[in-house]
Ligand binder design. Structure first.
Ligand SMILES: [Zn+2]
Ligand SMILES: [Zn+2]
Length: 315
């Protein structure tokens, strides 16, 4: 009898402690506030035609806790599945694709555990939005990926022949065909690699100025995936955006300085410490440039200030 009660206590503790630790991983734990970025802010001279448009392709029905530590397990959040079209006279770029036409079929290739907790709505794939807006597909110069996860590349097959720009590190990651990546399902995608020849930029150790005018500058931000990047876009109005991909899922990651929970970091990031370093760089930059528009791919609020493609004069 005594043995039986000892066993029940041991069993209860064995269940309770890991569960408590797991839940603790969701509790608020803000990162220390870094010093504001003190380096130079390079001038940008984007041509007058430079413009950016949001391309919201759907949403993932999540809760705040999935996005950042301290987020409620009960607060529903619609995570945007999105790209952005950057118009530039030297060639337009699509930053990520969001959901593509075949998302339902592609989705079945994701791990069952992930599928069991993932509920999404497809609104309209990027290629169809471009078409509906009367956009000339010839104007699309390339697709520039923040990284190669499923929800950022799903639409690649909808743009046959359009080159896909990736870092060598992300290209190698794509070749390894991770379970959260759809690229293994695609054939005939033309990946083109680029490097960071441009030196430090806004606190990041390297940069790639796409057209040499400061309008679109890519910087390395490895951690979430080995070749993740942040894309800075400067508009003629002086407005600057940082498309940060999945460095954070929600803006609260920056404003509250909260990482993803331990469990989500473990599942989603290849190098969580590297990702934290890049989060801190973005936070330090935002301290220096309060008007900088931080755009996490999955924060629908961040896209609210960016005109939708349907409002674009695309021809
Ligand atoms: Zn991702
Ligand atoms: Zn994502």
């Amino acid at each position: 009898m005594k043995n039986k009660s000892v066993y029940s206590v041991v069993a209860a503790v064995a269940v309770f402690i890991p569960l408590a630790l797991l839940l603790l991983g969701f509790a608020a734990s803000p990162l220390p506030l870094p010093k504001p970025y003190e380096g130079p802010v390079p001038a940008a001279s984007p041509p007058k035609e430079t413009a950016v448009f949001s391309v919201l392709t759907g949403v993932n029905h999540r809760v705040a806790a999935f996005g950042y530590r301290g987020g409620s397990l009960f607060e529903r959040r619609e995570f945007s599945m999105a790209g952005a079209l950057v118009k530039h006279p030297k060639g337009d770029l699509l930053i990520d694709t969001g959901f593509g036409r075949n998302i339902d079929e592609q989705f079945l290739n994701l791990p069952w555990m992930f599928r069991a907790i993932t509920f999404y709505s497809l609104w309209q794939p990027a290629a169809d939005q471009l078409k509906a807006a009367g956009y000339d597909p010839q104007s699309l110069h390339a697709i520039l990926l923040t990284h190669s996860h499923w929800d950022h590349v799903s639409g690649l097959p909808d743009f046959p022949g359009v080159p896909v720009w990736v870092t060598p590190q992300e290209h190698a990651f794509i070749r390894k065909s991770g379970e959260m990546d759809f690229c293994r399902l695609f054939t005939g995608i033309r990946y083109e690699e680029y490097g960071f020849e441009g030196g430090p930029y806004l606190g990041f150790p390297g940069s790639h100025d796409v057209y040499g005018d400061g309008a679109i500058v890519v910087v390395p931000a490895p951690g979430h995936t080995p070749g993740s990047v942040i894309i800075f876009v400067a508009l003629p109005s002086g407005t600057r955006y940082a498309f940060v991909g999945d460095v954070v899922y929600q803006l609260d990651g920056i404003t509250e300085r909260e990482e993803r929970s331990w469990l989500v970091r473990r599942k989603a990031d290849t190098d969580a410490e590297g990702n934290r370093e890049n989060m801190l760089r973005v936070i330090a930059l935002k301290e220096r440039l309060p008007d900088l528009g931080i755009v996490p791919a999955h924060d629908i609020r961040a896209f609210a200030g960016i005109p939708a493609l349907s409002q674009a004069r695309t021809r």
